[in-house]
Design a protein around this ligand. Sequence first.
Ligand code: DC
Length: 230
Amino acid sequence: MAGRGLPPVLAIDGPSGSGKGTIARRVAQALGWHLLDSGALYRLVGLAGARRGIDPGAAAELAVLARELDIRFEVDPEGSERIVLDGEEVGPELRSEECGRLASAVAALPAVREALLGLQRGFREAPGLVADGRDMGTHVFPDATLKVFLTATVEERANRRYKQLKDKGIDVSLAALSRDIAARDKRDTERSVAPLEPADDARVLDSSHLTIDEVTRIVLDWVSETVADR
Ligand code: DC
């Protein structure tokens, strides 16, 4: 059986806007498991590199930076999360489109991916880990207990992002968002290193016509089946 003797891992992979982050957080909370937001690590490398004036293509320099990142993931007593880089909270900045672009560029560098591998695997602790990303089931945790590949159409993902930004008072064009999402998908699926693709043994779930509660329930049911099987 997958990962016998090690704490269980639920790998949730998929493109941006598929709802992975929200689902991973909900499922981790419901199970009382740890959470790895691997996209945040790539965003942190992108942001830290930009702040230090490192070119987003400078693989060796960025890999050194990735190994030495001074980051902390903190949860305050009210349950809200803080991501701290070099002693400074960077959560909101990390979620920006600009950081997403930087993350996508540094994520295409094999040396950076390699440098982040140990850090990511270190999140696997009892009672279990929900790992959210693009290559959790294919590369980082190939022995994951359960692998879910969450998708949604480009249109649906653009709509979701549009609503999120609108709620924050940010005015963007839906067409531009669609183009941006399609372009990022293309970069992430066509890159030669750890491309975005479902693992052979992943269960593919299309969230286009499902609510967050429905997706959470389906994934939790799958976890119960799989963990009971171990
Ligand atoms: O999930 P996100 O939007 O925070 O991810 C930011 C970028 O990092 C995105 O372009 C894909 C990349 N990424 C990756 O290549 N591998 C991961 N495991 C997670 C994210």
